[in-house]
Design a protein around this ligand. Structure first.
Ligand code: HEM
Length: 484
């Protein structure tokens, strides 16, 4: 017993000593002010519990008011400098590969795979980034992708009746679009059975990343192997076809042709899976939240409907798909897209690691220190956006966004890692809104009114009751979908 007590006292003293030593070291380094919390776990528990509230940025808000826009904390096992300052965020983004390097937790790497662009560095990153861009830029969208985006969104919406789980539907659409873009597959039995496995992998991103503690995470890692095997078979098949001269215009063909990198079939499957994941949760969330914001802002919804009815009205064939000039004429829609991206902030910020000691605003970020540049904190700060927590698409009208500096509005990041899917995401949301407002009226389903602030609980499914507009009849009942 005495030995046990002695051991406990020794452990407690050691922990206390390490705590003081760590505090002293960090103070000497002139890190931004802040608290490192408890030894080992730091302030991780405060961070996790803060995001269970309906407030969008409780963890950051509290620390900004105590320490200022740049502060130090200790989360997920290491000291991390948080920046909510637009100028510093820009500095971090632009110095990617020079003073900072992309640094995401191992749990994300295990799920995304090491061939994700997010984890590539140097010359390989540059090559793969431009290869990805060559399949996501505006001219590809204009000439090829827009037709598929329009067709697949219509196909999905055509099957809607009565009660729709909006988030689920948006995810299905996003998945089908990406599979088409990457491998030229139209929705069918194979894509649907792959989707069932794939969603289990994605669930892993929203679980505790400890295999021993979380069955969801364990299942995600296991299923990832199965999905990769299925994709590898496709790559092998396509390699044979490609060698026989049967070429397709998709990302997989470009990867097969990029012989200077000489990727194996398994590596290509890994790259495809990472790309499939990259735009999935992000795009489907903005599709869902745009509908939520519009439902709560009837004036904006009315103006949007008018814009899209005019586009429909200009078409001689009522069934004709949208083309590039239609997309370019959606001026108010672009305001809705900008404002949704500002408010929704599905990617709250980005992680980097300092590769050398860096001086920022009178502080030193020491070599090796983790950095988090928060976009959400900037987007929701009333110093940068008036009534920042109100959905106001008109703030983007008359080119007034030109007065908003580039470093203040960064939903897609910036610098060498600017999201390559930024234009695709904008077009998908615009086309989706077009078919939503011209095709349907809707109200949120009774049991799940869309009340809370969206950034905190994106895992909601957002049920809505829909009614095709051509079938809508006036009705006396209050809250009836026919009246909307
Ligand atoms: C609303 C939708 C989207 C948002 C808000 C978004 C946001 C972002 C952000 C902020 C980054 C920067 C990460 C960093 O710097 O560490 C990023 C990177 C990336 N995004 Fe997106 N994204 C969206 C849609 C898409 C789509 C549709 C694709 C599919 C092509 C995509 C593919 C990627 C890839 C591959 C990267 C990694 C780039 C790199 O590390 O070089 N994203 N995204």
């Amino acid at each position: 017993m005495a030995t046990l007590v002695t051991l406990l006292i020794v452990i407690l003293h050691t922990v206390f000593f390490l705590f003081l030593l760590r505090k002293y070291r960090y103070r000497r380094m002139r890190l931004p002010p802040g608290s490192l919390g408890l030894p080992f776990i730091g302030e991780t528990l405060q961070l996790i519990s803060a995001y269970k509230t309906d407030n969008p940025e409780p963890f950051i808000d509290q620390r900004v008011s105590r320490y200022g826009p740049i502060f130090t904390t200790h989360v997920f096992g290491e000291a991390t400098v948080f920046s909510t300052d637009p100028e510093t965020n820009r500095f971090i983004l632009l110095n990617e590969g020079k003073l900072f390097e992309s640094s995401y937790p191992r749990s994300i790497r295990n799920l995304l795979g090491k061939h994700s662009l997010l984890f590539m560095k140097g010359a390989l990153h540059k090559r793969m980034y431009s290869l990805t861009m060559s399949f996501t830029n505006w001219s590809i969208i204009k000439d090829h992708l827009l037709v598929d985006i329009d067709r697949l969104i219509r196909l999905n919406l055509d099957s809607w009746t009565d009660r729709v789980l909006l988030m689920e539907e948006a995810k299905k659409i996003t998945y089908e679009l990406t599979v088409k873009q990457l491998m030229s597959f139209d929705p069918g039995e194979w894509t649907e059975s792959l989707r069932k496995e794939y969603v289990l992998v994605v669930e892993g991103f929203f679980s505790l990343p400890f295999p021993l503690l979380s069955t969801t995470y364990r299942r995600a890692i296991k299923t990832r192997t199965k999905v990769l095997e299925a994709l590898t078979l496709i790559v092998k098949q396509r390699r044979k076809e490609s060698e026989a001269g049967e070429k397709k215009n998709d990302m997989l063909e470009a990867l097969l042709a990029s012989d200077d990198d000489d990727f194996s079939d398994e590596q290509i499957a890994d790259i495809l899976l990472a790309l499939l994941v990259a735009g999935y949760e992000t795009t489907s969330t903005i599709m869902t939240l745009a509908v939520k914001f519009l439902t709560e802002t009837p004036l904006a919804l009315a103006q949007l409907k008018e814009e899209h009815e005019q586009i429909r009205g200009r078409k001689s064939d009522a069934e004709a798909g949208l083309d590039w000039s239609d997309y370019k004429s959606m001026a108010f829609t672009q305001c809705v897209v900008n404002e949704t991206l500002r408010m929704a902030n599905i990617i709250g910020g980005i992680f980097r690691r300092a590769v050398t000691d860096i001086n920022v605003k009178g502080y030193t970020i020491p070599k090796g220190c983790k950095v988090f540049a928060s976009f959400r904190a900037v987007h929701l700060n009333p110093d940068h956006f008036k009534d920042a927590r109100t959905f106001n698409p008109w703030r983007w009208q008359n080119n007034s966004e030109a007065t908003i500096p580039g470093n203040v509005y960064t939903p897609f990041g910036g610098g060498p890692r600017l999201c390559p899917g930024y234009e695709v995401a904008r077009v998908v949301l615009s086309v989706f809104l077009h078919h939503m407002v011209t095709g349907f009226s809707w109200i949120p389903a009774e049991e799940d009114r869309l009340v809370f602030f969206p950034t905190t609980r994106t895992q909601k499914r957002y049920p809505i009751i829909v009614k095709r507009r051509d079938q809508a009849k006036p009705c006396k009942a209050e809250q009836c979908v026919h009246n909307i």
